[in-house]
Design a protein around this ligand. Structure first.
Ligand SMILES: C[S@@+](CC[C@H](N)C(=O)[O-])C[C@H]1O[C@@H](n2cnc3c(N)ncnc32)[C@H](O)[C@@H]1O
Length: 452
């Protein structure tokens, strides 16, 4: 077992290097093609095998409905990334954005105009409106799973006159559909008092969209925090280990929003998952050529046990050839497919890969170790639940009296909370729930086993 697994914030900075990009013919492959993913992954095979193995250890835990034990184990070992905000924001996402902007040293004016995409229920927008006193923002998102459309956004956001929301032309808020991105651009343009675009509805094929119906260069900041629960494959297999390629299309769509809407020198903050497959590495490399600085951030409020991280692109300098290529890839994308490669190797790409390898060596290793520690603890909890005698005779178990244990087990295992949008974020309990205050000491003792 690793001795130190800290929830420290990690940042990695890459300075812009322009390159002559030579594009390759792109062949799609299925997002369920694990063999192809593994074969092409830019990670030492042993590290990747350990990482995937750790992720698969979660499968029986969730199949046997032990998600609550998993969440409990995770939250006592990694308390900083518990559900809910520690800083008084609407949810934990608010804490993350606060940290991301600070550590990546993003400087914004108080009257920024922003778009917040894949953004429901809206802690990021609330944060921006609160901290940048004259900021104005437009949000677009699919609703959180299990939420009614009218409840997509927090009520205080819906009531804020400096915020507008759109679900785009399709009324789903889906960022995969370019018409929704065009509609978002239109709402931003109208909201900022710029001339209204002449044509109401953009064509389905974005490559046919004329500039006058597609306003660009409008915003100081674009933020995207897209994520969704990874469903099983059509043949019933767990696919969480393929999250990176399953979310490829989401990442590309979010990048396109930024390229379409950002002003020169604008800032773009985007959630991403692993950066192991050549497509993602090359896509970020292309983006990095249009920004002065690219910063990867793993905030302390983002769970160590998941691949989520954030990429901050600072100071936008558009390059039309790259933007046109990204538009073309977006326009041609087919459902349930992903891609292997976009460009030929170059000296600059090689250097970028060295940078990305450094990020991966640190984050993938930490994530693998963290998963194993949390799963070991989960399995121990599951055994204890099945046979409470083991718990009482285990000399390493924390010393607590039986009455309080009974109450705790009842609270832990009987409390029925709605499921969140993906595996690592299934909520388990709310930190502010008074029932749990009393048990903090026990959690502290438990946790100390891991923080020697
Ligand atoms: C982690 S949540 C965002 C949390 C948000 N940043 C906040 O501060 O409250 C991820 C969001 O991405 C949205 N999403 C996922 N796929 C999407 C898509 N294709 N188009 C638009 N939104 C999407 C989900 O519905 C969810 O609202």
């Amino acid at each position: 077992m690793p001795t130190i697994l800290r929830e420290d914030t990690l940042t990695f900075t890459y300075k812009q290097k322009k390159a002559e990009n030579s594009y390759v013919e792109m062949t799609p492959f299925s997002v369920y093609d694990e063999e192809q993913y593994i074969k092409t992954a830019m990670l030492p095979q042993e590290a990747l095998a350990q990482y995937i193995k750790a992720q698969h250890r979660l499968d029986p835990i969730f199949d046997n409905d032990h998600g609550k034990e998993y969440s409990y184990a995770r939250e006592i070992i990694f308390p900083k990334s518990r559900k809910g905000s520690n800083k008084g924001f609407a949810n934990r996402a608010g804490d993350k954005l606060d940290e991301i902007l600070q550590v990546s040293k993003v400087k914004l004016k108080t009257d920024i105009q922003f778009a917040d995409v894949c953004a429901a229920p809206g802690a990021w927008s609330l944060y921006l409106l609160q901290y940048y006193g004259s900021a104005r923002g437009v949000g677009m998102s699919m609703p959180i799973l299990g939420t009614k459309v009218e409840d997509t956004w927090y009520p205080q956001l819906r009531q804020n006159p400096r915020f507008k929301a759109t679900f785009g032309v399709t009324e789903t808020g889906d960022v995969y559909d370019f018409r929704n991105i065009a509609e978002l651009a239109k709402v931003c343009s109208q909201s900022w008092g710029e001339p209204t675009p002449a044509v109401a509805s953009p064509p389905e094929n974005l490559l046919e969209a004329k500039p006058e119906i597609l306003p660009s260069g409008l915003l100081d900041l674009v933020t995207c925090d897209g994520g969704f629960q990874i469903a099983k494959s059509p043949t019933g297999q767990h696919c969480e280990q393929l999250q990176e390629i399953i979310t490829q299309r989401l990442l590309l769509s979010e990048f396109l929003v930024a390229l379409q809407l950002l002003k020169e020198n604008g800032t773009f903050v985007c959630k991403m998952y692993d950066c192991i497959c050549p497509f993602n590495v090359q896509l970020i490399f292309l983006m990095s050529q249009m920004f002065e600085e690219t910063v990867f951030v793993k905030p302390e409020h983002s769970r160590v046990v998941n691949a989520e991280k954030y990429v901050v692109f600072k100071s936008f300098q558009p390059q039309s050839s790259i933007i046109e290529k990204i538009k073309q890839i977006h326009a041609e994308w087919k459902a349930d497919t992903c891609y292997y490669q976009i460009i030929e190797e170059s000296e600059e790409l090689k250097q970028f890969c060295v940078f990305v390898n450094r990020v991966n060596e640190t984050l993938v290793k930490r994530c693998t170790d963290a998963l194993n520690v949390v799963i070991d603890k989960t399995e121990e909890l599951v055994r204890q639940k099945a046979n409470p005698v083991i718990k009482q005779t285990d000399p390493s178990a924390p010393q607590t009296n039986q009455k309080s244990d009974e109450k705790e087990w009842n609270d832990i295992f009987k409390k029925d909370e709605p499921r969140d949008y993906y595996r690592d974020q299934r909520p388990y309990y709310n930190r502010r729930d008074n029932n749990y205050r009393r048990d903090d000491r026990r959690e502290y003792n438990d946790r100390n086993q891991y923080y020697k």
